[in-house]
Design a protein around this ligand. Structure first.
Ligand SMILES: Cc1cc2nc3c(=O)[nH]c(=O)nc-3n(C[C@H](O)[C@H](O)[C@H](O)COP(=O)(O)OP(=O)(O)OC[C@H]3O[C@@H](n4cnc5c(N)ncnc54)[C@H](O)[C@@H]3O)c2cc1C
Length: 300
């Protein structure tokens, strides 16, 4: 197949440096559109060519195969536009880092919700796709509309509670791209900067620092994946350069040039052990990407 005819495409582009795991081989084609129009042009070409397709935000929730991705990866990184719409509403590009949104929009206006969103290292688009958040709330609760690229063009979705749940949503499938969203905030009655610093410190106290994807597994109903893994005595277990963190059992760290297989081996070990000892089937929160899989498709 011919090289895509766009200046913003790179061939054989390494993906590992774009992830917070620092793991993963190259993409056959990396599309780095600089605005929504270029994103649409890229998307239309990709859909027409029927090549395997993957959207990447900040890569903070992805474990990518060392063989890479044998298709088109569309990066939203440059889609960082922002516009105040009045009435505490903001139109924000999917590539905007969530941390920027918290620091430059929520804190200066003392908006409620910093407890839900502080310390999550992804982009707005990735956060919406995952419905990222904490026990204090999630991104979709602050969202009024989402603008998607779909095979029929730009599509506006009005957010509603039935469209999202725990670390998932029903408005954006793996063949669509979140391009931007309108968020609506509410002024808080407490000092949100105190809340912000509390949760930054709490993460430093409870989570390990280093290359990782945050929580590897979703919490099963009424329990914590970390508690189950710790109770199986798996903290500190190593495979190659990967290790199950001593500080938080639901974090698998790339400590020393870990490979995809190193991390995947620990993921399987955890699933098998927790099922054998507790009868609980843990489900991955991290998106595992193999050369021809889309997001969320288990490795072959
Ligand atoms: C240290 C650490 C702490 C973390 N803490 C939390 C936490 O407290 N709560 C939490 O929920 N998560 C947490 N995470 C996980 C991660 O940060 C979130 O899931 C984040 O929202 C992912 O955003 P991203 O831009 O990095 O997405 P990526 O990793 O790039 O992608 C994740 C998924 O979203 C899809 N996607 C990304 N952008 C788009 C788009 N624009 N349109 C369509 N699909 C898209 C991708 O295809 C993929 O399936 C943590 C991760 C780390 C490393």
């Amino acid at each position: 197949m011919n090289t895509p005819p766009f200046a913003f495409v790179k061939e054989n582009h390494p993906l590992g440096p774009h992830t917070l795991y620092r793991i993963g081989g190259p993409a056959k084609w990396a599309f780095l559109p600089r605005d929504a129009h270029e994103a649409q042009t890229a998307y239309t070409w990709i859909i027409d060519q029927k090549v395997p397709f993957l959207v990447m935000g900040a890569g903070s929730n992805m474990l990518i195969d060392d063989r890479g991705f044998d298709g088109a990866v569309l990066f939203t990184t440059e889609l960082k536009h922002r516009e105040a719409c009045g009435g505490d509403r903001f139109r924000l590009g999917a590539g905007l880092p969530l941390a920027d949104m918290v620091r430059t929009i929520m804190l200066p206006n003392n908006y409620a919700g910093t407890g839900a969103l502080t310390g999550i290292p992804g982009s707005l688009g990735g956060a919406l796709f995952m419905n990222a958040g904490t026990v204090n709330g999630t991104i979709c609760q602050f969202t009024e509309t989402v603008i998607l690229l779909t095979p029929s063009g730009f599509t506006t979705i009005a957010m509603a509670p039935e469209l999202y749940g725990y670390r998932g949503q029903a408005f954006c499938g793996p063949d669509a791209v979140i391009v931007e969203a309108v968020l609506r905030f509410t002024p808080s009655e407490k000092d949100e900067s105190v809340v912000y610093h509390h949760y930054i410190q709490r993460r430093l106290d409870t989570q390990p620092q280093g290359w990782c994807c945050g929580s590897v597994f979703k919490n099963p109903p009424n329990d914590h994946a970390g508690r189950l893994i710790e109770s199986c005595g798996l903290k500190g277990t190593r495979r190659g350069g990967a290790v199950i963190s001593e500080k938080h059992a639901n974090f698998i760290m790339n400590e020393d040039n870990a490979s995809f297989e190193d991390v995947l081996g620990l993921i399987q070990l955890v699933k098998d052990t927790v099922f054998a000892q507790h009868g609980v089937k843990l489900q991955e929160e991290v998106r595992i990407i193999t050369p021809r899989s889309g997001p969320g498709v288990p490795p072959a």
